[in-house]
Design a protein around this ligand. Structure first.
Ligand SMILES: Cc1cc2nc3c(=O)[nH]c(=O)nc-3n(C[C@H](O)[C@H](O)[C@H](O)COP(=O)(O)OP(=O)(O)OC[C@H]3O[C@@H](n4cnc5c(N)ncnc54)[C@H](O)[C@@H]3O)c2cc1C
Length: 294
């Protein structure tokens, strides 16, 4: 352990109201501690930027999963294990279940939470591309009130986000779609499990008369934030998913993403793999119009 533990302070508020009151009194000083799977890694490495934490792990207000005809609303503390077990998520949001199943190992899936993944803001995180495809919305709360924001646009730069120092995420809402989607998810890493992604791709498309009527594409590990690729989507909307459309979309994707060389991979590899995954998404299942997750 490289950190000096007595320098840290951890409090356990009894409820959400008390948590928000402490955060309001000293904005930015107290940070939520959820499953701790990111925080503890930083602590161990002696790189934890904050010293005061409020454990929110036991707050019942952040644990619910509510299903209505319009949406499924997940408490901030929803873990990867809970995501994989929920029947509505398994049926209608397979990309998120797939991301959860490929996040770390069982221990991490039991402790790691969706809100923690969002706020940790790694561009290589696995759930955010699925959340972008599903048009997720976030409920942010503070002692002064609450607001809903679109998850698309929440990250404003590397580790930067539209979250005030006194706010925390209370809920993540996923609208339920009526029509059938072709859905595709693939994480490419060094190994099948326990690996951070070199590229992570999530896509969803609705077809009418053989044409792409609606499409969402989001990638991880190819830019300073997880990226929704709206220019590539625009090139494909209204097109038949054929070779010509795909070639144009691959060019658009190359313009839209900004992969880098780092210790995990190279920019060249990431670009090539991103384009190959786009091709697999669009062409491999060309004849089938059913939901499909690989
Ligand atoms: C061995 C291992 C393997 C991993 N593998 C993967 C992987 O394959 N893919 C992947 O994406 N991630 C992976 N992770 C990262 C991690 O598990 C996830 O990012 C996890 O979802 C973080 O959730 P948490 O509850 O543990 O967050 P914590 O560590 O408790 O918190 C993380 C950050 O989020 C903030 N926070 C937490 N909850 C809230 C809230 N409700 N509102 C506002 N801020 C909040 C905290 O203040 C902190 O800044 C791995 C981690 C480990 C240790």
């Amino acid at each position: 352990m490289r950190a000096y533990l007595p320098a840290y302070d951890l409090q356990v508020p009894r409820n959400l109201e008390e948590t928000l009151a402490i955060m309001e009194r000293e904005p930015g000083v107290w940070k939520p501690l959820a499953g701790g799977t990111d925080v503890m890694v930083l602590l161990e490495a002696g790189k934890l930027p904050h010293q005061k934490f409020l454990s929110i792990w036991k707050l019942a207000e952040l644990r619910s999963i509510e299903v209505t005809p319009q949406a499924i609303t997940l408490g901030a503390l929803t873990t990867y294990t809970q995501v994989q077990a929920h029947p509505v998520l398994r049926q209608e949001f397979p990309l998120l279940c797939r991301a959860a199943a490929e996040t770390g190992g069982i221990a991490t899936q039991n402790r790691g939470t969706l809100a923690g993944n969002i706020v940790n803001a790694s561009p290589a995180a696995d759930s955010p591309p699925a959340l972008l495809v599903y048009d997720a919305e976030l409920e942010l709360v503070s002692a002064r009130g609450q607001r809903w924001v679109s998850y698309h646009g929440f990250h404003t730069g590397y580790k930067q986000m539209n979250l005030r120092p006194e706010e925390l995420i209370r809920h993540i809402r996923l609208p339920r779609r009526k029509e059938r989607w072709r859905q595709y998810y693939r994480k490419v890493g060094t190994r099948k499990a326990q690996a951070i992604s070199k590229v992570c791709f999530a896509g969803g498309a609705a077809f009418a008369a053989g044409e792409i009527r609606d499409i969402r594409i989001a990638l991880g590990s190819v830019a300073p934030t997880v990226l929704r690729c709206m220019k590539t989507e625009a090139v494909l909307r209204g097109q038949k998913p054929n070779r010509a459309a795909l070639d144009s979309a691959k060019d658009a994707l190359a313009q839209e993403i900004a992969p880098i060389d780092d210790f995990r991979s190279t920019a060249r590899y990431r670009l090539r793999v991103s384009q190959n995954l786009l091709e697999e998404f669009l062409l491999e299942f060309e004849s089938s119009q059913i939901s499909h997750v690989r």
